[in-house]
Write a protein that binds this ligand. Sequence first.
Ligand code: PLP
Length: 388
Amino acid sequence: MSALLPVYRRSNIIMSRGEGVYLFSPEGKRYLDFASGIAVNALGHCHPHVVAALKNQAELLWHCSNMYQVPGLNRMAERLVEVSFADKVFFCNSGGEAVECGLKMIRKYHDATGHPERYRVITMEGGFHGRTLACISAGGNDIARKGYEPLMDGFDRAEFNNLASVEAAIGPETAAILVEPIQGEGGVNVATREFLHGLRSLSDRHGLLLFLDEVQCGMGRTGALFAHEQAEAKPDIVSSAKGIGNGFPLAACLTTDAVASAMTPGSHGSTYGSNPLAMAVGNAVLDVMLAPGFFAHVGQIGSYLKAGLEKLVQRFPDQFAEVRGTGLMLGLKTRKPHYEFVDQLRAAGLLTAPAENQVIRIVPPLIIEPSHVDEALEILQVTAKKWS
Ligand code: PLP
């Protein structure tokens, strides 16, 4: 009997070591990791520059609380501000916390600007924002919500990529719109450029804040620091996690001066948020990601992988329906329940991440090379042939 809370469908495989785009079991079996711990290990496993930064910091200082300045803190925030829409950053430890911070700022902002009645947030069908009570109330995943009722009040549901549906949900108490530019857990559903632009216009017209959850699709995954940059749709708040720490628990909520001006000392916080270890890792990740050519590489290798997956779909039309996504946030939609195929891929040495609606997420480290893509496509083909 396991002593663990039974909340995961955990396989019996032990992963004991990671190097670049590969994971290894204690017996030495090698797995090509095209799941990246669910879009987390953007720089692959044990990236030497990040490991060195963490080791170095581990010998200096781990924690001293947010009562003090720590090395790397201002630098990390300033770097994010310099390369994004944001003026201010709050650091925390997980995607759910970053979303919570955004949701709290929405209420604070409207309260401070004379509209405390505005507290409702329009969220999308198929959306996923984390596991806290507010996050599951905002999210559209029924399994995550079941049995936790009554959920938090203040969320209204609209249809993803349907502007009219969002407009119809706006009322006098609406405070904000929350959307993932690419829904990850929901099945790699990409928001259209028109939809994101339309949300910006609706927000401006109705005095709402536009909150983009980029926990999964951000930090380089689509070939830009944030996915919304490619759609040129400016947000008021962005939540970021996963790739920002490359596996170290680090997350951030970014916002504008206008929203941040509502926040005062004591109005939000986190014991571990922005601790020196996290800042050392975060800065090391940025060193690599912000180097010239990094995002262009993601775009190029993403196109190469997508083209290969499209050929696979053509070759196996009874198994696969389509390829979705952009950059290295790709989804392969299957024609039948996909868990079995994901297991077969893993047995063959390729890790992928199942999402909802029979979509297999293919979210490799952003540092993959064409040889890794070829290796993954070969395993996909051989396994598909047997999956009749
Ligand atoms: N938001 C999105 C878009 C996510 O994909 C996730 C996790 O998958 C979260 C929030 C929650 O992040 P975490 O599990 O780090 O709390």
